[in-house]
Design a protein around this ligand. Structure first.
Ligand SMILES: *[C@@H]1O[C@H](CO)[C@@H](O)[C@H](O)[C@H]1NC(C)=O
Ligand SMILES: *[C@@H]1O[C@H](CO)[C@@H](O)[C@H](O)[C@H]1NC(C)=O
Ligand SMILES: [Ca+2]
Length: 364
């Protein structure tokens, strides 16, 4: 299993794919790790083990000193709305009411497999839940549009990953003097991913729950250390991880197969404030190209993708509504079925040796 961890990464110590051995909390991975132990075969890790090489693509990356960003024509990135560049960051919104700002790549991205590392910072005076509204990272067909979805248009086409810092739904229900049940309660800030096809609306009042692919909570505000978001798209698998504890460790946030995203979309980042506000800063966006082996069939299939979609989206929703089995529950289910199997095997062996012995006795 250690092999899964020693995969060469072209950059420092941040290897997000060491997460399984670092005790991940997501049930699926526990299950996978256990399955690997049981079967003691390596194909489990085949997918992650694919020799992947990474190359930083400067044309899709944004980093200090942000040379030419916001000036006409000379940079790969364009600013919009209230966004502005300083020496240390691209500030999407300042800590003021009713602002929105964005930074968009000028060049459509035709890479098949990529990962985006987002170094960001959300900070302000507001005490807990007296701040808003959050920021978003985009890979969409449209660019440079203003709107209500973290400063971008609604009914967007493509992928949005949101760092939502204000619990609209909870506040709305509280305002109606209804109780907010703990079962559905979420801790904010919350990271959430959504895929739009041009006619799916983001439900702002419900913090996007009806259309989410998954997410996780992430206490990202007012931290002294650096905070990162990691979005990986490889062979239609969308993985989002966060590194917000200052430990240089990636924590799993969501991992969804069957996400179909066309090529040639634009990367961007946007943020919005309302009655409540925060500074929403992007320190860097680093895009890595990944080279992955794929069959001709896969290549052909990918070329057919023209509208973003997610396979089995209904099942995904169903899963989330039922809250599913927790990681622990799955772990114990697997553990006990394993013990059950071993028990059976032992009984069989005992019976067999018994039978063997009595047969020998008969023989002599
Ligand atoms: C977009 O997705 C919705 C919901 O999944 C679906 O009803 C609609 O037909 C899709 N639109 C397009 C253009 O594919
Ligand atoms: C978004 O799409 C929905 C459903 O297709 C539609 O009702 C709504 O008017 C659209 N909103 C915008 C801003 O285009
Ligand atoms: Ca919200």
């Amino acid at each position: 299993m250690a092999a899964a961890c020693s995969r060469n990464h072209s950059r420092e110590s941040k290897s997000p794919f060491c997460f399984i051995l670092r005790g991940n909390i997501m049930g699926f991975h526990i299950y996978r790790a256990v399955a690997c132990l049981i079967l003691t075969i390596s194909p489990c890790f085949a997918e992650d083990d694919h020799e992947m090489e990474e190359f930083l693509k400067r044309e899709y990356s944004l980093s200090k000193p942000y040379q030419g960003v916001g000036s006409l024509g000379s940079s790969h990135w364009e600013l919009m709305g209230d966004a502005m560049v300083t020496t240390d960051q691209v500030r999407l919104t300042p800590e003021m009411q009713s602002r929105q700002g964005a930074v968009w790549s000028r060049i459509p991205c035709h890479l098949k497999d990529w990962e985006m590392q987002v170094h960001f910072k959300v900070h302000g005076q507001g005490k807990k839940n007296l701040n808003g509204d959050g920021l978003a990272i985009w890979y969409t067909k449209e660019r440079m549009q203003k709107g209500p979805v973290f400063g971008n248009m609604d009914n967007f086409t493509g992928l949005g990953v949101f760092v939502d810092t204000y619990p609209n739904e909870e506040k709305f229900i509280e305002a109606q003097k209804k109780r907010y049940t703990p079962r559905t309660q979420r801790i904010f800030p919350f990271v959430l991913a959504m895929v739009g096809n041009g006619s799916i609306s983001y439900d702002h009042d419900r913090d996007g729950r009806p259309t989410e692919l998954g997410g996780c909570n992430a206490m990202v505000r007012n931290l002294k250390h650096d905070t990162f978001l990691f979005i990986r798209y490889v062979r239609r698998r969308l993985t989002v991880m966060i590194d917000i504890d200052g430990q240089h460790e990636w924590r799993d946030c969501l991992d969804i197969p069957g996400v179909r995203l066309p090529q040639g979309y634009y990367f961007g980042a946007s943020a919005i404030t309302g009655d409540l506000s925060d500074n929403h800063d992007i320190i860097s966006l680093k895009l890595y190209q990944l080279t992955v082996l794929r069959s001709q069939k896969e290549v052909d299939e990918e070329e057919e993708i023209t509208i973003p979609s997610v396979d089995n989206i209904e099942l995904l929703r169903l899963d989330q509504n039922e809250e599913g089995m927790s990681g622990i529950a799955i772990f114990f289910t697997v553990l006990f079925s394993m013990l059950g199997c071993i028990f059976l095997i032992v009984i069989c062996l005992v019976l067999y040796s018994h039978w063997n012995e009595s047969r020998r006795k008969r023989f002599y």
